[in-house]
Design a protein around this ligand. Structure first.
Ligand SMILES: Nc1nc2c(ncn2[C@@H]2O[C@H](COP(=O)(O)OP(=O)(O)OP(=O)(O)O)[C@@H](O)[C@H]2O)c(=O)[nH]1
Length: 232
């Protein structure tokens, strides 16, 4: 005789008893990565997204990679954003490259007070084109807007043109994304133009919803180039 005493036997013709499936607390999920030089504010950006707080104090560089989830409701759908914070330091690049492949959106940050962080955008784009999906949406975000006046010309938007950044497909959002107190009154605005692929739209809408911090004030953002949706 085989079998475990007391165990319910199940014949092929019978449907096994299963516990009801857990209903996830979201309808859609999207993987988003934060990229950019060390010190541009990626970790602060993530903390601001997740907890609505600005991480001030001593700068502690990220080691490797970390992520946080945030569920945002967009048009009645619950979108779970899995936001990955990567280390900006060169020595961790081989670790972070492995995570690019299944990301739907990449937020590429630079520090508007640090020109080299902007100049390095091109190098970041080269890496992105090598390791990320071809149709990934890339958004360029200018951080640390302290002292930057709403509507004023952005220090670095005049230098690179869309064609200079090509073949990257970017939405350019200078803004106070990390919520530093001196940056209040600014936030990136959604770009207009070609709508991204329908598959990515809920994820982008969720991101844009998160960006609407703080609720008052607006910064004018220049859309350098907008990604055309490849055929699905
Ligand atoms: N003035 C100002 N400082 C900021 C802002 N965002 C971040 N910082 C500061 O910039 C420093 C670096 O921030 P992090 O978020 O740790 O930078 P990071 O890009 O994650 O750096 P790595 O982990 O090395 O890649 C910290 O001292 C922050 O307090 C901002 O909007 N304004």
């Amino acid at each position: 005789m085989t079998g475990t005493p007391g165990a319910a036997a199940t014949r092929d013709s019978e449907t096994p008893q299963r516990s009801p499936p857990c209903s996830p607390s979201y309808d859609l999920t999207g993987k988003v990565m934060l990229l950019g030089d060390s010190g541009v504010g990626k970790t602060c950006f993530l903390i601001q997204f997740k907890d609505g707080a600005f991480l001030s104090g001593t700068f502690i560089a990220t080691v490797g990679i970390d992520f946080r989830n945030k569920v945002v409701t967009v048009d009645g759908a619950r979108v779970k954003l899995q936001i990955w914070d990567t280390a900006g330091q060169e020595r961790f690049r081989s670790v972070t490259h492995a995570y690019y492949r299944d990301a739907q959106a990449l937020l590429l940050l630079y520090d508007i007070t640090n020109k080299s962080s902007f100049d390095n955008i091109r190098a970041w784009l080269t890496e992105i084109h090598e390791y990320a999906q071809r149709d990934v949406v890339i958004m360029l975000l200018g951080n640390k807007v302290s002292g930057f006046m709403a509507g004023a010309a952005h220090p670095h938007t005049s230098s690179p043109s869309a064609s200079e950044l090509a073949p990257a497909s970017l939405n350019h959002h200078p803004g106070a994304v990390t919520g530093h107190p001196s940056s209040k009154g600014f936030f990136p605005v959604p770009s207009s133009g070609v709508r991204p692929c329908w598959r990515l739209q809920p994820i982008l809408s969720a991101l844009e919803k998160l960006w609407k911090w703080p609720p008052s004030g607006k910064a004018q953002a220049a859309a350098l180039e907008i990604k055309a949706c490849p055929p699905c």
